[in-house]
Design a binder for this molecule. Structure first.
Ligand SMILES: *[C@@H]1O[C@H](CO)[C@@H](O)[C@H](O)[C@H]1NC(C)=O
Ligand SMILES: *[C@@H]1O[C@H](CO)[C@@H](O)[C@H](O)[C@H]1NC(C)=O
Length: 348
C-alpha cells in the first residue's frame, strides 16, 4: 500500500492550500439515495452529514442549496451530502452494538459526523500552485466495493484506510483491514475519492466510472490524470473517528480477531466505502478552492465564504424516516446482515 503521507501536513507552512472542515451528524439510518434510490429502508445503515434536503430520492436535477433549510457543515453554503456505512461492535454473545462517531481533532464539540478535506494541491507543494476544478450541480460519486473481502479486492482502491489511534492526532500507520488491537483513542477511517473526471458525466451506472485515479501515483504525489479522465478535480477526503474505545477488551473475540463489522456484514474492513453528492451553493466551492488557504483557519476569510459555529452545525438534523432499532444490542445488523469474513459469505 501507499506510504502514509498525512504526517507531512504538520510540516507544511501556512500558505499551503488545504481545506479541512467538519460536518456534524444529519441522520443515521437505512437510506442510500445513490446506490438504492427510492428504497426505504435501503440495504444497510449509513451515517449521513450535510444539507437537510437529503432524502431517499436525491434526483440529480434537485436544487439542494434552494431546498435545504440548514446544513450540518461548517461552511454554511455547503448543502452537499456525504455518507459512509456505520461500524458495529460484535460482542462475545453474538449481539451487535453501533459504534458512534466522535467529533475529530479540532472539532471535539461536534455531534459525530465526519471531517472533510477538499485538497487543492499535492500536499508537498508549499504554495497553491495548481488549479483544481470544483464539482458541478448534480455531480455524485462513490468509492469502494461492498463485496471486497480480500486485500487484493480492496487494492483496487488506493487510499481507503484505517488508523488505530494511539493518540487523538494519530494518522499512521494506515492499514486496509480493521485494526486487530484495541485502539486507545478509537479507529479512524480515511476515504480518499478518485480525483480525475471524464469532464462529461455527472454520474455513471456504478457511480465510479466517470472518475479515475491519476494514471500513476496519487493526487498527493502529483500523478497525472489519464487522457480518458483529463480534468483534475479537488481530492475529496473523509476522516471518520469511531468511538471504539467504549467497548471493553473482555468482550473482544478470544482468538485475537477484530470485533468490528460494517453495517452490511463486512468483518474484514476491506469493503469500507464512501458516497458523495455535490450540493454547494453557486460557486462557493470554486472560490474556496481558488483561495490560497490553510485548513479552516483562514479559508473562509480568503474566499469570503460563510461559516457557522459547531453549535449551529449540531442543531441541523433530519427526522428519521426509517423506524427501527439501530442502537440497542441487536441479534442481527439492521437489514438482516451478520458478520462475515468472506469468501464463503452468503448474499443477503
Ligand atoms: C425528496 O424531496 C424531494 C424534493 O422535496 C421530493 O420531491 C421527493 O418526493 C422526496 N422523496 C422522498 C422519498 O421523500
Ligand atoms: C450481550 O453482551 C452485551 C455486552 O456485554 C450485553 O450488554 C448484552 O446484554 C448481552 N446480550 C444478551 C442477550 O445476553
Amino acid at each position: 500500500m501507499r506510504p502514509n503521507l498525512l504526517p507531512l501536513l504538520a510540516l507544511a507552512a501556512p500558505g499551503s492550500a488545504i481545506v479541512r472542515f467538519h460536518c456534524s451528524q444529519l441522520t443515521v439510518e437505512r437510506l442510500d439515495p445513490l446506490v438504492n434510490p427510492g428504497m426505504i429502508p435501503s440495504t444497510h445503515v449509513h451515517q449521513i452529514v450535510g444539507g437537510d434536503a437529503f432524502n431517499a430520492t436525491m434526483d440529480p436535477s434537485r436544487d439542494l442549496p434552494a431546498e435545504s433549510s440548514c446544513t450540518t457543515c461548517q461552511f454554511a453554503e455547503d448543502f452537499s451530502n456525504y455518507w459512509t456505512a456505520v461500524m458495529y461492535f460484535k460482542a462475545r454473545n453474538g449481539t451487535y452494538k453501533r459504534v458512534k462517531q466522535l467529533g475529530n481533532n479540532q472539532f471535539e464539540k461536534a455531534n459525530g459526523g465526519l471531517t472533510i478535506y477538499y485538497m487543492q494541491d499535492a500536499i508537498y507543494d508549499q504554495e497553491q500552485k495548481s488549479k483544481v476544478t470544483a464539482f458541478k450541480p448534480g455531480f455524485r460519486m462513490f468509492v469502494g466495493d461492498i463485496n471486497a473481502r480480500t486485500i487484493e479486492e480492496a487494492a483496487r482502491f488506493r487510499q481507503l484506510t484505517y488508523v488505530c489511534m494511539d493518540t487523538w492526532t494519530s494518522r499512521s500507520p494506515e492499514t486496509m483491514a480493521f485494526p486487530t488491537r484495541k485502539c486507545p483513542e478509537g479507529i479512524m477511517t480515511s476515504i480518499r475519492f478518485p480525483t480525475c473526471w471524464d469532464g462529461k458525466n455527472l454520474d455513471s451506472p456504478d457511480h465510479m466510472a466517470h472518475m479515475s485515479y491519476p494514471e500513476s501515483g496519487t493526487f498527493e504525489s502529483g500523478g497525472p490524470c489519464p487522457s480518458t479522465h483529463p480534468v483534475r478535480m479537488a481530492q475529496v477526503f473523509y476522516e471518520v473517528v469511531w468511538n471504539t474505545k467504549e467497548f471493553a477488551k473482555e468482550e473482544w473475540p478470544e482468538d485475537g480477531s477484530s470485533p468490528f463489522v460494517w453495517s452490511f456484514g463486512d468483518a474484514t474492513g476491506y469493503a469500507t466505502h464512501g458516497d458523495y453528492v455535490f450540493g454547494w451553493k453557486d460557486d462557493a466551492l470554486q472560490r474556496i478552492l481558488d483561495a490560497p488557504c490553510w485548513f479552516n483557519t483562514n479559508c473562509h476569510k480568503e474566499s469570503k465564504a460563510k461559516i457557522q459555529s459547531i453549535e449551529e452545525m449540531n442543531k441541523c438534523a433530519t427526522k428519521r424516516v426509517v423506524d427501527e432499532d439501530i442502537d440497542g444490542w441487536l441479534d442481527e445488523l439492521p437489514g438482516g446482515w451478520h458478520a462475515d469474513h468472506g469468501p464463503t459469505r452468503s448474499s443477503a
